[in-house]
Design a protein around this ligand. Sequence first.
Ligand code: FAD
Length: 355
Amino acid sequence: MSDTSPAPPAAATQVDAVIIGAGPAGLFQIFELGLLGISAHIIDSLGQAGGQCTELYPDKPIYDIPALPICGAQELVDRLLEQAKPFKATFHLGQEVTEVRPLEDGKILVATSTGTRLNAGAVVIAGGVGSFQPRRLGLPGIEEFEGRSVHYRVKSAADFHGLDLVICGGGDSALDWTVALCGKARSLTLLHRRAEFRAAPATVARMRELVSAGKMQFLEGSAVAIAKDHERLAGLDLRTADGRDVSVSADQVLAFYGLHPKLGPIAEWGMELEKKALKVDTEKFQTSVPGIFAIGDINTYPGKKKLILSAFHEAALTAFAIQHHLFPEKRQFLQYTTTSPIMQKRLGVTVAESH
Ligand SMILES: Cc1cc2nc3c(=O)[nH]c(=O)nc-3n(C[C@H](O)[C@H](O)[C@H](O)COP(=O)(O)OP(=O)(O)OC[C@H]3O[C@@H](n4cnc5c(N)ncnc54)[C@H](O)[C@@H]3O)c2cc1C
């Protein structure tokens, strides 16, 4: 008789700390844990590290990172990866964490969609807005063109140079890309359902100047259908706000209708939530479950601001809290990277002796 019972799950690997989410918060958490001698496994459902910075605005400059007056969003991620390198974290990318479960021995089981199972001393949830999905252009047959001629983000601006382009939306992303690509695309049409925009007023004013100068057109209305030329996208059929049916040629369409964040499995792991965020204290950034911490956009506490800067501070304090959680007997003291030989050894740097 054949055995039809499911195969038992693979044995879990014992690890110090697991970080869920490889956005800026999770990446800096590797570094802060590493300085204290704690190694980490880091998991992200996306195929690459970087979170919102890489996924949503890689080419945009960020101006409020301390000591970096201007830093591209992807550049920031690259720098964080470089900084974390000495600590040799294990990356599990393209895997969604589906289960986080405290065990009787105080450890926490972390399991992913692809079967990775980790038995962690501590877990840091750095899941941002959860697994976020762009709002799609809801037109019949759109699936055929998504990723090919219809996009919800710009990976490389140069891909749109010399082409007929339609940009849909009325927020910052739509307006920023309209201004950036006007003059580079062969033709550019901005489509928005009304004449008011949610974008920065200066960018809206610049767009209106470009329209007045005849460099692009703005249409107030909505897309109603895709125009096809065999397998190729030929353009969009639109209904304007004043009731006209218009066809616009397009090789490529960019639609920026915002994201709809899906907290996903994080909401089911039994931690206290407030407005879809994990409640934490501000000493340890621990959730309502001991040993499970939360940093970055996913957490909430009085005065919380969803800034990268805040996530960095939270990661530093969480690392100390995890050190205490894992090694309660160990005396904690603050060391400076400038002067601590043990931290410098962990960082793999040799510092010339001063005389
Ligand atoms: C257009 C734009 C401009 C911005 N500009 C600035 C700025 O100038 N300055 C600033 O400070 N902030 C800015 N922000 C905000 C900043 O990007 C966020 O505060 C920051 O990305 C939060 O980092 P995080 O690591 O907490 O989360 P995220 O960057 O959201 O990363 C979270 C990661 O967790 C992963 N994840 C979630 N759930 C799971 C799961 N179950 N399993 C596996 N992986 C999971 C996600 O895939 C994601 O990669 C901007 C945001 C946007 C959208």
